[in-house]
Design a protein. Structure first.
Lengths: 187, 173
């Protein structure tokens, strides 16, 4: 599926979840109007989306947390799969945009692309559920039932290669950190 | 026979844990460290802050930030090599994203009979210069009488909305 298709479906079906996008999902997430409400971009710290989301999930157990990760990003902190699973966060939903590329730096292929399996990695790490979704129609159909699963859940999204320059939202992370903390304190 | 006296002496884990309790810490995000082994065991036994074990110090910076945004009052517990390993997230999360990040750092492989400058371990010698180069404030606990620096560092992290480090110079007791 196209990244934008996945973003639009997740934005429409977000239902108030706290969101943590990273890298090339940040700009379209903002374009879809999701950048202001309970959102923090894992910017300038590639690989940290999963653990920022984990901290939020531990701190706010009554809220769902959705991490919009990248496959290249998650490889940078692959051990976080085990850390998340060990924390037994049942409100943690880990969407991995998997295109097999380090897109932000020019679409270089990932090390070992085609040799590893996200669903198997998540399951073996102790995630409660893990599934792969190949196309937008399936994501649209399955998203309501995904939210009903007990976390942590990893959803691998098969994303098509995109061309063109990397896009960045450019919102300072410090501003978002303060905003999320204020929004959650006020809610 | 030598009359060499230790320069740094350990602080009982109970003393440090008690001081941390007075700060209202809710979560300790930890990568194991041999110099804080007894303290970590104390926290893992329960009755204090929630203990969150992580695989790497980079992960710890992220978890600490998420807990902070979620309204909690976390801290980190790592070793000197972990500081070197997590400079990118220290930069992006603790410094640039302005997240209060109170960190206890054990001086793994420090010889307690020698000054920091005399240490053979590069990790021990380079910890403070590394923190200096990033503008991260730090304090040493070399003896039980230094326990008050925990509160000073914690308050500095919150005042600056950034990192502040307490260096544990001898194994906790």
């Amino acid at each position: 599926m196209e990244r934008q298709e996945a973003i639009d479906i997740l934005a429409e079906g977000r239902h108030g979840a706290i969101s943590v996008p990273t890298m090339q999902s940040v700009f379209p997430w903002h374009e879809a109007g999701q950048g202001d409400m309970l959102n923090v971009d894992a910017s300038q710290c590639m690989g940290s989306a999963s653990t920022i989301g984990l901290g939020l999930a531990l701190a706010q157990p009554s809220r769902k947390v959705m991490v919009l990760d990248g496959d290249g990003s998650l490889l940078m902190q692959l051990g976080s799969l085990v850390t998340v699973a060990a924390a037994k966060v049942n409100n943690f939903y880990h969407f991995v945009f998997a295109n097999g590329l380090n897109q932000s730096t020019g679409n270089q292929p990932l090390p070992g692309q085609g040799m590893f399996d996200w669903v198997a990695l998540a399951t073996a790490s102790g995630y409660k559920h893990a599934l792969r979704i190949e196309d937008a129609e399936d994501l649209l159909e399955q998203l309501p039932s995904i939210w009903k699963l007990e976390g942590p859940v990893l959803i691998e999204l098969s994303i098509a290669r995109e061309e063109g320059p990397a896009r960045w939202a450019g919102v300072p992370m410090a501003k978002q950190v303060a905003s999320v903390r204020e929004q959650l304190a006020a809610s | 026979m030598t009359n060499e006296q230790p320069i740094a002496t350990g602080v009982p884990a109970e003393v440090i844990a008690g001081e941390i309790d007075t700060l209202g810490i809710t979560h300790v995000v930890c990568v194991p460290d041999s110099f804080q082994r007894t303290l970590i065991a104390r926290w893992q036994a329960g009755g204090g802050p929630h203990f969150v074990g992580v695989c790497t110090e980079d992960e710890g910076m992220g978890v600490n930030a998420g807990l902070y945004m979620g309204g909690q009052n976390p801290m980190m517990c790592i070793q000197n090599n972990g500081v070197f390993a997590s400079i990118n997230t220290l930069k992006a999360i603790a410094l640039d994203a302005k997240v209060p990040t109170f960190i206890m750092v054990g001086q793994f492989q420090r010889d307690v009979n020698k000054t920091i400058e005399e240490q053979s371990s590069r990790a021990v010698r380079m910890l403070e210069p590394t923190l200096d180069s990033w503008g991260v404030p730090y304090w040493r606990i070399e003896n039980p009488g230094d326990i008050g620096v925990l509160k000073i560092a914690y308050e500095r992290a919150w005042a600056d909305k950034g990192p502040a480090v307490v260096i544990i110079g001898a194994p906790t007791l």
